[in-house]
Design a protein around this ligand. Sequence first.
Ligand code: GRF
Length: 185
Amino acid sequence: MVKKNACIFISGAGTNLKALIKSSREYNFPINIKLIISSTKKAKGLNFAKKYKIPYYILNLNSQLNLALGLKKLKENNISLICLAGYMKILKKKFMNNYNSKIINIHPSLLPKYKGLDTFRRVLKSKDKVTGCTVHYVNSKIDSGQIILKKKIYIEERDTEMSLKTRVQQAEYKTYAEAIIKIFR
Ligand code: GRF
């Protein structure tokens, strides 16, 4: 299979990055992770870039200089899919225009519910019985682009933010991989 080249954007723990790296090493998975971009040098996820020997850059894409360098690296590596995985910066229009319909994100709720941050606390407060995760295309509005795939998780009465996060994130790893397969099917 001819794999498409992908770049993963991170800012934090990078557990989705780790899961994506593992999936990408499977023969039939449609992407090859050529590049990792982190918005901060403090991202723990960079350890996975090092461990799996994937080139990485720490860039603030909202600065002109870094934006130019980032776009250059993406072009050089022939990147045709950008996966945001816990990326905490808002991408500027200037960047988005270069990758129209090629940027996807994973969000820890069933969108359009609970866009934005602090999801698990808000979900638990709501007394909803069901939550989950969503993979969607990225557009100029936060967590609002076209939905690719959602997965449900049932909320238990004894759930805390931590226990819910653990279960939702487990679902995320599988859902992100399935969504990428769906895109290229
Ligand atoms: C995930 O829960 C994702 O839904 C959200 O940020 C979190 C990132 O976690 N957008 P990690 O850095 O992949 O561990």
